[in-house]
Structure formats: C-alpha cells, structure tokens
Design a protein around this ligand. Structure first.
Ligand SMILES: Nc1ncnc2c1ncn2[C@@H]1O[C@H](COP(=O)(O)OP(=O)(O)O)[C@@H](O)[C@H]1O
Ligand SMILES: [Mg+2]
Length: 368
C-alpha cells in the first residue's frame, strides 16, 4: 500500500503543489511552521477522510480561500485508486474514489490503513484512561468499521441515559431506565469483547517488540481492565452485564452517571511487573509508546496481510540513535513519511531508498 502522488490546492499554507513519492521512505525537512505536518495531514486525509488534528474541515482550507482540494493516487495491493477530497466553506466536503462520489465518508475506511506517530502519543502512557480508550478505539475501528459504528451507538445511548439520570424527573420510576439498560448491555458487550480480543493480540505482539527494543532487559505486559466480567458466551455476558447495571441503578441516579460499562475501561501497561504510568521512568514511558505504535503497525499487517502507511511527525529527533535504527529497520517494507527539522538525523536512514524534500513556507523542493 502506498501513496504514489498527491496534489494540493489551497490546503492550509499550500497554494498548489504536485508531488510524487517514494514507495519506501519520504523525508520532509524544514524549520518550524513551514508546512511539514500539514503535508502529513493531507496524506492522512486521503486515507481516512478526515484530519488527525481537527474535526473542523473548514480549518484546513487556506485562510484566504473558499475551497480546498486534495487529490491522491494510491496503490493498494494490485489496485490503483484515485482519491479526491473537495472542501468548501459553505458545504460539507465531497469525497470521490476513482471519480465516484461517496455517500458517506466512512466508506473510505475500507481500503487503507495508516498509523501516525507523534510526540503527543506519550499521553497514551502518561495520561488518564480516556487516552488509552481512544488508542484502542482507533486501532480497532481501522480493522473493524462495525466496531466504530457500535461504539457511536453505545456512546449515544449512554448520553441519553445520563440525561435521564440527571433530569430527576424519573427518580420515582426507575423502570424508565430499562430500555437504555438493555441497549447498553447489548452494545457494551460487543465493544468489550472486541477490546478484549484486540488487547490479547496487541499484548503478544508488543511483548516481542519491547523485548527487542530493550535487548531483553524489559518485559512489557498489557492487561485489559473493565468492570464487566468477561464471559465466554456473549449471551451470558450480556445477562450478567444487565444485572450489574440494574444493581447500580440507585447509585447511578444518585451520581447522575453510569458506573458500569466500557466507558470506564482502561488498558494497563506493565514493565517488569510495574505499572509504567505510575512507576515508569520517562525513558521507559517513551519506549512503551514506541512499542505500542509499532505493535499497531504489525497488528494491521497481521490482520490485513498488508502493511499500513506510516507517518512520523517530529518523532525521529526525540529518539536516540539506537531506537532510530530500530525504527528504520522496521519500516523497510512500508511507505513511511518522516518530518524533521534537522537534516543531520538522516544519517540513521543509511542507504535506504528515499526521497528528500525541503519544505519552506508552503513550497516544496526535492533535494535527493
Ligand atoms: N488554514 C490555513 N491557511 C493558511 N495557513 C495555515 C492554515 N492552517 C495552518 N496554516 C499555517 O501552516 C503553518 C504550520 O504548518 P505545520 O505543517 O503545522 O508546520 P510544521 O512545518 O512545523 O509542521 C503555520 O504557518 C500556519 O499559520
Ligand atoms: Mg509539525
């Protein structure tokens, strides 16, 4: 899977560019605020239909313009695909695949996968459970669009239920929660089962990667934490879940929120038996994040039989030489886009097949 070329018009600080990419490594070098991340964002948008930085498509249109365009030639397995996005300040965006307009941007999930590495990823390890749930949700959604759909429905029912809990009106008639409870139990069970399966596999893949990254010095374990008991049969689990919801109804009414369910899930990460969030050094936390991201890449390869595209935004400079070499080796078989401010870091890439571009104020020149 690779992006052969991309064309941008009025996309953020780019007026009009047309670039061909290397099938393996593409380096974008430039000072701060010149347009490196913008270009990664454009590549991401062709794959996912939306940005990884904003939910507001209008932010992406050049400040002074009314419309923006991205067109990309993709090679997915043996197919070529021409993806186009048209953004307009006044209208919802249009996405076309091979000139056919999609009815729904979610349809675009099917063909492509992509993994973004950026310094913010450290949050996955350091911050609260929401960050890890998002990591899980994005990872699973890429492989299973139906998960994404069910999650959206779950969160919607949860929201409706919390409105009722807070309204007070229903305090005397608790049976009004019944319809929400049974929906939550059904959707929640499917979400938990998917997360459970994903984490089990992720844990195995990560263990290997982390072992290699640390020369066998550290052992990494990932455990799923959920307040719904995981049972073998979905039906049994759903029943148990429903009972737990009911048992907590009075508590939920008192607090105005729902105690039981995957919205409270967490993913615990241990290094040598210790929770890395609370007890890991900065260095261990960084390595753990790198492991998780690399595991996501391998997971996609395992599941879909094809490597994703990888975007590395300002990550290279934060790594020591050894980690850089490890990353570079891992990326041998996939298309990678790497941003950096300093050309010195190129050394780690040795004689790998690569294109080098210099980016300055929204213009791009090939340098090698
Ligand atoms: N909608 C937009 N229209 C024009 N310029 C934009 C828009 N959004 C961001 N920019 C500009 O893009 C630049 C930042 O680009 P970015 O790719 O994030 O930089 P970097 O090279 O540091 O990764 C800033 O100068 C910012 O003003
Ligand atoms: Mg940037």
């Amino acid at each position: 899977m690779n992006v052969k070329s991309i064309r941008l018009i009025n996309f953020r600080n780019y007026n009009s560019i047309d670039v061909n990419f290397n099938k393996n490594i593409n380096l974008f070098i430039g000072k701060n605020a010149q347009g490196k991340t913008n270009l990664l964002e454009a590549i991401y948008m062709c794959s996912m239909g939306k940005s990884f930085r904003t939910n507001r498509d209008k932010d992406i249109i050049n400040f002074e313009k009314k419309e923006a365009y991205i067109g990309a030639d993709l090679e997915i397995g043996n197919f070529n695909r021409f993806i186009e996005l048209k953004l307009d300040r006044e209208r919802p965006k249009i996405i076309r695949v091979n000139k056919n307009e999609l009815k729904n941007q979610k349809e675009l999930y099917s063909g492509l996968s992509i993994v973004v590495f950026n310094p913010d990823d450290l949050k996955i390890v350091k911050d609260g459970p929401q960050e890890r749930r998002t990591f899980l949700d994005q990872g699973i959604s890429q492989l299973k669009p139906v998960y994404h759909h069910n999650l959206g429905r779950y969160l919607n029912v949860l929201y409706q239920r919390s409105k009722i809990l807070k309204s007070g009106k229903f305090k005397r008639d608790i049976s009004l929660l019944d319809v929400f409870d049974s929906q939550l139990a059904r959707l929640g069970t499917s979400i938990i089962m998917e997360r459970y399966a994903f984490i089990r596999e992720l844990s195995e893949i990560s263990k290997n990667i982390h072992y290699n990254l640390t020369h066998g010095k550290e052992s990494l374990d990932i455990k799923y934490s959920t307040n719904v008991p995981i049972l073998e049969k979905g039906q049994d689990m759903e029943k148990r879940y429903l009972r737990l919801l009911k048992d907590n109804n009075l508590r939920d009414l008192e607090y105005g929120n729902t105690e039981i369910g995957p919205h409270r899930d967490d993913m615990l990460i241990f290094i040598n038996g210790k929770d890395v969030r609370n007890f890991g050094s900065q260095g261990q936390q960084r390595t753990a994040v790198l492991t998780l991201k690399l595991a996501e890449v391998d997971f996609i390869k395992k599941d879909r039989g094809i490597y994703p595209i990888v975007l590395l935004d300002d990550v290279f400079s934060e790594l020591d030489e050894e980690r850089r070499l490890y990353l570079t080796k891992s990326f041998k078989e996939m298309q990678t886009f790497i941003t950096m401010t300093d050309a010195v870091e190129i050394k780690s890439l040795g004689n790998m097949d690569k294109n080098i571009y210099e980016i300055e104020e929204g213009s791009l020149e090939r340098r090698g």
